[in-house]
Design a protein around this ligand. Structure first.
Ligand code: NAD
Length: 296
């Protein structure tokens, strides 16, 4: 069984690494925050002193970090994966980052015989805990075949989308759909609430029809409780939409609706809500209409 290194034990990384331990993998882990490392060690993992140390003790290294600069630091930095990994190591970056940066990191690693897959995920914390994430992968088929079982310990599906960077392009598409969906249902539910119609009953009435969605089922129950504890923080969604806009403009694909939702998220950030769950987008519309979408 492959020895797995895990770097980045936040909201997502911690439960994902626990799934690997539960499946019987040997896991060595590292995070700049010592707290989650202690928790993983208590669950049976070994402690890495740095990303370099983790890479030197692993066949497959997984990174689950916030954004491109964090991945660049953990992989290419002085004490990074590149400095510690031997030829033949596979790096699986499961963070959601800019696909252009993925390609440049992969090229640096290739010089030392290290293969990189980008394998961002969708599903959020509950699915990370259950091991039912959707995993979208970019990179060479042979490397994908070698880590497929490891990915399926954390996910219900792992699809090779295309060459290096394609996983992150798929993730950007996913994030556009999720962000716009939350904005659309927020706009609609504020209409219901302002009209004096119980939003929970509206939800129950429409969820089986064409407007029903995984996003609706995940976010409406939280919104009805006024519960905006993350989950997926607005500041991380801003990061994804910034990457989406940059990548789209690079290839000449305008994103008019994404730009509008981006500004809504920035308005919420300016009001101190950057660390709220992205279901908190509803608060922007609630502010416009002077009404709250809550359980009656
Ligand atoms: P998080 O901020 O909770 O966790 C990130 C972890 O990385 C933290 O523990 C931090 O200390 C650590 N870290 C940062 N820089 C580091 C470095 N250089 N070396 C070692 N550790 C470092 O973020 P998260 O919610 O777990 O998200 C991780 C990635 O997954 C992001 O790209 C995010 O967009 C994506 N994602 C998140 C969700 C979600 O619902 N939270 C869902 C799908 C995808």
């Amino acid at each position: 069984m492959a020895r797995i290194g895990f770097i980045g034990l936040g909201i997502m990384g911690k439960p994902m690494a626990k799934r690997l331990l539960q499946a019987g993998y040997e896991v060595v882990c590292y995070d700049i925050d010592p707290e989650p490392v202690r928790e993983l060690v208590a669950a049976g993992a070994s402690e890495g002193r740095s990303s370099k140390d983790v890479a030197g003790r692993s066949d497959v290294v997984i990174t689950m970090l916030p954004n491109s600069p964090n991945v660049e630091q953990a992989v290419l930095g002085q004490d990074g994966v590149l400095a510690g990994a031997g030829a033949g190591t596979i790096l699986v970056d499961m963070s959601s980052i800019d696909p252009t940066i993925t390609k440049s990191i992969a090229a640096r690693l290739a010089e030392k015989g290290i293969v990189m897959l980008d394998a961002p995920v969708s599903g959020g914390e509950p699915r990370a805990v259950d091991g039912t994430l959707s995993i979208m992968v970019g990179g060479p088929q042979e490397a994908f075949d070698l880590v497929r079982d490891i990915l399926l310990t954390m996910g219900a599906s792992a699809v090779l989308v295309g060459e290096t960077g394609s996983g992150n392009v798929a993730k950007l598409a996913n994030q556009i759909m999720v962000g716009l969906n939350i904005a659309a249902m927020s706009e609609a539910m504020v209409l219901a609430a302002k009209s004096g119609v119980d939003p929970e009953r509206v939800y129950r009435a429409i969820r089986g029809g064409l407007a029903g969605s995984a996003v609706l089922d995940a976010k409406i129950p939280m919104i009805l409780q006024g519960d905006f504890k993350p989950g997926f923080r607005i500041e991380l969604h801003i990061k994804d939409l910034a990457n989406a806009l940059a990548a789209a403009h690079d290839v000449g694909a305008p994103l008019p609706l994404t730009s509008q939702v981006m500004e809504i998220m920035h308005a919420l950030k300016a009001q101190g809500k950057a660390r709220d769950d992205h279901g908190g987008i509803v608060q922007f519309y609630e502010g416009l209409a002077g009404v709250k979408v809550r359980k009656a």
